[in-house]
Design a protein around this ligand. Structure first.
Ligand code: PGA
Length: 252
């Protein structure tokens, strides 16, 4: 079965309510109803219900940028998987490098979040990627494989339909530098191999692996030309309608 092509927008801690809903309006008004890719938006938690109202019936996924791994209860300031589902989320981002780095999410935390999300019927987009120092020390493959293996602990093969991976080299995020398509594709192959060892090669062949890190209309074509790159996770270039619509057109 061909893998799903995914265009995902990570708005991070950007935009007011008005700006994010205007952006959604703009995208919806101008996008052609093509089904060449699956679109998923990851706005601020606060804007999710308003955006949900706008995208109803439009075949666009909506997700949280994070969740807490406990099911429910006294965890002041946290957001539960069931609460994301309750307001219409279909997806959640887990293990973004900004979460791992600034909020000290370790392998165990990421794994617990993946487990909770899947148990709550959310589709998981798991982010992995190496730092510049790790790349320079030639440990990229080891780091990324460790991130995959640890995140997949106690995950059943039945859940693989609900998982996609976003490979985002940290040094390429928001910096304007991106990995060469061949470098990215190489790491994507390593990730698929690791998934093959954990589950099996057939199952691993069906998982969409996205690239992220300074993706823009100018470089998406060459990235998507690589066989193992199945989509993109976009930060900066998803904050305005025009580049995002261009990405939509160019993705395949
Ligand atoms: P960027 O962010 O496109 O601004 O580099 C990507 C991401 O962090 O998901």
């Amino acid at each position: 079965m061909p893998r799903k092509v995914i265009l995902a927008a990570n708005w991070k801690m950007n935009l007011t309510m008005k700006k994010s809903t205007d952006l959604v309006d703009d995208i919806l008004n101008k996008m052609k109803n093509k089904d060449n890719c699956e679109i998923i938006l990851f706005p601020s938690f606060l804007h999710i219900p308003a955006i949900m109202e706008k995208i109803k019936g439009r075949n666009i996924g909506l997700g949280g940028q994070n969740l807490y791994f406990e099911e429910v209860g006294a965890y002041t300031g946290e957001i539960a998987a069931f609460q994301l589902v309750d307001v219409g989320c279909t997806h959640v981002l887990i293990g973004h490098s900004e979460r791992r780095h600034y909020f000290h999410e370790d392998y165990e935390t990421v794994n617990k979040k993946v487990i909770q999300a899947l148990a709550s019927n959310l589709k998981v987009m798991l982010c992995v990627g190496e730092s510049l120092e790790e790349r320079e020390n030639n440990v990229t493959e080891m780091v990324v494989v460790d991130q995959i293996v640890s995140a997949m602990q106690n995950i059943s093969i039945k859940n693989l339909n609900d998982i996609s991976i976003a490979y985002e080299p940290i040094w390429a995020i928001g910096t304007g530098r991106n990995a060469t398509p061949a470098d990215a594709a190489h790491v994507h192959k390593i990730i698929r191999k690791a998934l093959g060892r954990i589950f099996n090669t057939d199952a691993a062949a069906g998982i969409s692996i996205l690239y992220g890190g300074s993706v823009k209309p100018e470089n998406i074509k060459e990235l998507m030309a690589e066989e193992d790159i199945d989509g993109v996770l976009v930060g900066g270039a998803s904050l305005k309608a025009e580049p995002f619509l261009d990405l939509m057109k160019l993705i395949n």
